[in-house]
Design a protein around this ligand. Structure first.
Ligand code: 2HA
Ligand code: ZN
Length: 274
């Protein structure tokens, strides 16, 4: 028996590999964190090592004190997670103030949690609050089509939400609140973490201009599915723009969007409808 036999580790590794297979994780691009359930921590504890030193994050999430997170490693490649989990991913514990982490498993060879750990951590803090504790997954990837859209659309939640909703009928059902947008910023620090978590108060996904996408959800299926749905809608949007030269003949109307929301029992964000 090894920690790699524990189901949550297997599911986490599968999601990393699924993202790699989609082409969303060139080189060390992207990162994934998962807030573990108490029983999952217990199942993994026999395999924990002597904890490393506490490392301050520069951000605080008081509601995450004492939690354990699975995380990809800084500079590590999603492509390698399935082959070498011990060096590519790890488990960190959060301290009682909710401002520092320490490594309790994995990240072997001096590795550290993802460079975007502050953004993930603040997003977890906000999403846990917004979903009454249901949110467990934060996923960042570099899908090409959503990134391409950030060069042609206004960098507003309204413009992106409408364009994505209109690109595929499933979209208003999958993300009825819409998506947030964060203007271009230097990645990896507290500033982009705060700006992203501001968006995550209202949306469960946020686009990073000229960089990628953050998605959140209660489990791996829903969160991966959200990334996948948004990126596919972005691909359709870009195909339509490329083939039509911007002269769109017809689309899903605002009343169509309202009709989908009504029949599927979701509350569409009326702020973005005319
Ligand atoms: O992990 O994706 O945003 C590399 C990145 C930084
Ligand atoms: Zn990135």
């Amino acid at each position: 028996m090894s920690i790699l036999d524990v189901k949550i580790l297997q599911d986490y590794i599968r999601m990393c590999n699924d993202g790699w297979l989609q082409g969303w994780h060139e080189r060390n691009g992207g990162n994934l964190t998962y807030r573990m359930k108490a029983e999952e921590v217990e199942a993994c504890k026999p395999f924990f090592k002597e904890p490393g030193p506490w490392v301050n994050m520069g951000v605080t999430g008081e509601n995450l004190a004492g939690e354990y997170f699975l995380t990809t490693g800084s500079g590590k490649f999603f492509r390698n997670v399935i082959l070498d989990p011990e060096h590519s991913i790890g488990i960190v514990e959060i301290n009682e103030k909710g401002d520092s982490w320490r490594i309790v498993w994995g990240l072997e060879g001096g590795a550290k949690p993802t460079s975007e750990f502050p953004s993930h951590f603040m997003n977890h803090s906000v999403r846990v609050k917004a979903t009454d504790g249901a949110c467990r997954v934060i996923y960042h990837a570099h899908p090409a089509n959503i990134i391409a859209m950030t060069y042609v659309l206004p960098l507003t939640a309204k413009a992106f939400s409408r364009a994505l909703w209109q690109a595929a009928t499933e979209c208003p059902v999958v993300f009825p609140a819409g998506v947030g947008v964060v203007e271009w910023m230097v990645p990896g620090g507290a500033e982009i973490a705060m700006a992203t978590s501001e968006q995550m108060k209202k949306y469960d996904a946020a686009v990073w201009a000229h960089h990628g996408l953050f998605c959140s959800g209660p489990d791996f299926d829903i969160t991966f599915g959200l990334m996948h749905t948004i990126e596919k809608a972005a691909e359709i949007h870009n195909l339509v723009m490329a083939t039509s030269g911007g002269n769109v003949r017809q689309t899903i109307t605002d009343d169509n969007l309202r009709a989908i929301a009504r029949d599927f029992g979701v509350t569409i964000n009326e702020e973005f409808l005319d």
